[in-house]
Design a protein around this ligand. Structure first.
Ligand SMILES: NC(=O)c1ccc[n+]([C@@H]2O[C@H](COP(=O)([O-])OP(=O)(O)OC[C@H]3O[C@@H](n4cnc5c(N)ncnc54)[C@H](OP(=O)(O)O)[C@@H]3O)[C@@H](O)[C@H]2O)c1
Length: 250
């Protein structure tokens, strides 16, 4: 049996209109899954869903959701269940940055990042697991960052949220293991997406020099690790964090 065959599986991927989330949604659909995606901008989510459907011939449904909003997260899951009847895989990927040194960081920048990157994970996971618990099956992957493990100057808000996800996932794994629900974390290093496009050339080159594999990650590198955790190859792995960073944090 091909261990990565997601025929008859339904995946919900948050923040999947661009970047890493889009690569994850495309990869899961390529392996046969039907996919629900969400973003705050519905037009982009619609375009992406149509593109993935076209490429993979799998059903991909876009939703407009701000994961930081508890009620919108409830609606996202309700609408996904209405469309597909179940959710086998949840990928908590939606995330933002509002960088700045702590001395200059505003309360708003702190709250926005914690609300999207940490509370958003709670919101969507809480709404999803009741369906997974009834089905006695579920696989959850949450996208953190090596910054949540090692820290980064200028990202106290982001690091706090990304570290929080790791503790959240370990606890979730312990709570849900008896229901055959596994929860793991993928912690990327530097990935080429809109999020990192704002970095100055100098900072990018310094980062590149520090990566033992001498290249930045592609969104596909992160999608591959995510697909592994969702696949039967990872059935005996739960509560773990996998750093996918080309050796940057060694
Ligand atoms: N790029 C990296 O180097 C890197 C490294 C480590 C970890 N990560 C993590 O990987 C994840 C994806 O990052 P990325 O680089 O692919 O980012 P990106 O290119 O900026 O894409 C972010 C995606 O999330 C959506 N999104 C943003 N806020 C949202 C919200 N409140 N509710 C729902 N969707 C929302 C965006 O769509 P809308 O704008 O339409 O909402 C978009 O689809 C994030 O969690 C990020 O922290 C990235």
């Amino acid at each position: 049996m091909n261990p990565i065959n997601f025929e008859n599986k339904v995946a919900l991927v948050t923040g999947a209109s661009r970047g890493i989330g889009k690569a994850i949604a495309t990869t899961l659909a390529t392996y046969g899954a039907q996919v629900a995606i969400c973003a705050t901008n519905l037009d982009t989510a619609r375009e992406t869903a149509a593109q993935i459907e076209n490429e993979t011939q799998r059903k991909v449904v876009p939703f407009q959701t701000n994961v930081a909003d508890f009620n919108q997260a409830q609606d996202l899951v309700k609408n996904t269940i209405e469309q597909f009847g179940k959710i086998d895989f949840l990928v908590n990927n939606a995330g933002i940055t509002r960088d700045g040194l702590i001395l200059k960081m505003t309360e708003e920048a702190w709250d926005q990042v914690i609300n999207v990157n940490l509370k958003g994970v709670f919101n969507v996971t809480k709404a999803t697991i009741q369906h997974m618990m009834k089905a006695r099956y579920g696989r959850i992957v949450t996208i953190s960052s090596i910054v949540g493990i090692h820290g980064n100057a200028g990202q106290t808000n982001y690091a706090a949220a990304k570290a929080g996800i790791i503790g959240f996932t370990k606890s979730l794994a312990k709570e849900l293991a008896s229901r055959n629900i596994n929860a793991n974390v993928v912690a990327p290093g530097y990935v080429d997406t809109d999020m990192t496009a704002v970095l100055k050339e100098e900072a990018r080159n310094a980062m590149l020099n520090a990566i033992p594999l001498k290249r930045t990650a592609t969104p596909q590198d992160i999608a591959n690790a995510t697909a592994f955790f969702l696949s039967p190859m990872a059935d005996y792995i739960t509560g773990q964090t996998l750093e996918v960073d080309g050796g940057l944090s060694l």
